[in-house]
Design a protein around this ligand. Structure first.
Ligand SMILES: NC(=O)c1ccc[n+]([C@@H]2O[C@H](COP(=O)([O-])OP(=O)(O)OC[C@H]3O[C@@H](n4cnc5c(N)ncnc54)[C@H](OP(=O)(O)O)[C@@H]3O)[C@@H](O)[C@H]2O)c1
Length: 285
């Protein structure tokens, strides 16, 4: 019998990742704050819990994939939250992109409760979530990591332990700082080239065939060409990640620039994709 999985958070990423575990034969129970998002999973046999605490009682390994620190706090400390449960010997894995600080705090709360906690944020977006090709960065005790690695491997092409509690989050903030810088960089050179009479598709052809060509540039270059800014990774989430990186001591000039850019862009384009930053940068003020 495979490990019973509880899943909290059925947003863009969570719905695809939990479906992948279900397709891999893991018995699945789910909880989401807004009701109705788990209907596809329940049609395939998942049960829907009415609270995080109820879900924890029913499962061996409970995975969280929600927006941010506030959402994580709500899941642990809110009404019928995880910390109100008497269940013990459970493993709770937080795959959301959150601060190293909240992971350390929740790991300690779980330890006192008789449970174990890992931070395990992911790199990759909806495409990789669907195909099980995410990269998972884990913080926490090695024995717990080894116990749940087969579950995380079902979601990833690489599952790697970075160190103790919070280390997964620190690694993720470093990676996403680069993502913010690259997104701003791509946007700025497209705008610069356009201002000098170069067509976007010609410039992208050059970039994709140069040493700088990579999967990210291809996906976001296509989005710019198609004028498609529907969120795969919402701009509000990179604004949040750069805020967390700054709170964690980020001091780089490029990181600071990306931080400023995305904080300003968030008000107008927060619900659109990260690469909608090109619209903000292209606004002549
Ligand atoms: N999308 C990507 O490409 C991507 C890639 C890597 C990492 N991430 C990270 O993965 C996490 C999830 O991203 P996503 O794109 O799936 O986000 P999303 O589509 O915005 O979904 C957010 C989820 O969090 C829940 N939530 C938000 N606030 C809550 C609260 N106060 N209490 C309880 N639940 C709450 C939402 O519930 P409701 O349905 O009730 O709103 C929803 O299930 C984020 O930390 C993000 O930075 C995303």
């Amino acid at each position: 019998m495979k490990t019973k999985i509880g899943w909290i958070g059925l947003g863009r990423m969570g719905i695809l990742m939990s479906a992948r575990l279900q397709a891999g034969g893991y018995p699945l129970d789910v909880y989401n704050r807004t009701k109705g998002k788990g209907n596809n999973l329940s049609a395939l046999g998942a049960t829907i819990a009415s609270s995080p605490a109820e879900l924890l009682d029913k499962t061996d390994v409970l995975i969280i994939m929600v927006s941010d620190d506030n959402a994580t706090r709500e899941i642990f400390n809110g009404a019928a939250g995880l910390l109100s449960s008497n269940a013990t010997a459970k493993i709770i894995i937080n795959m959301s992109t959150v601060s190293p600080g909240i992971s350390k705090e929740m790991a300690e709360c779980c330890r006192r409760q008789g449970n174990r906690y890992l931070d395990a944020p992911v790199s990759g977006s909806v495409k990789q979530a669907e195909s099980g090709e995410l990269v998972v960065m884990v913080g926490g005790d090695e024995d717990v990591f080894l116990q749940v690695k087969p579950v995380l491997d079902q979601l990833s092409k690489l599952t790697i332990r970075m160190g103790s509690s919070g280390a997964g989050n620190s690694a993720k903030l470093a990676v996403n700082t680069l993502l913010g810088i690259m997104s701003q960089g791509l946007s700025e050179v497209v705008l610069f080239a356009n201002d000098n009479g170069i067509k976007t598709n010609d410039l992208l052809d050059v970039i994709h065939n140069s040493a700088m060509g990579n999967v990210y540039m291809k996906i976001k270059g296509d989005a710019i060409l198609q004028n498609n800014f529907d969120a795969a990774f919402a701009l509000k989430h990179i604004a949040k990640d750069l805020r967390l990186a700054k709170q964690s001591g980020l001091k780089s000039p490029l990181g600071e620039m990306a931080y400023q850019t995305f904080q300003v862009a968030e008000a107008e384009f927060g619900e659109e994709d990260i690469i909608a930053v090109i619209k903000k940068l292209g606004t002549k003020e």
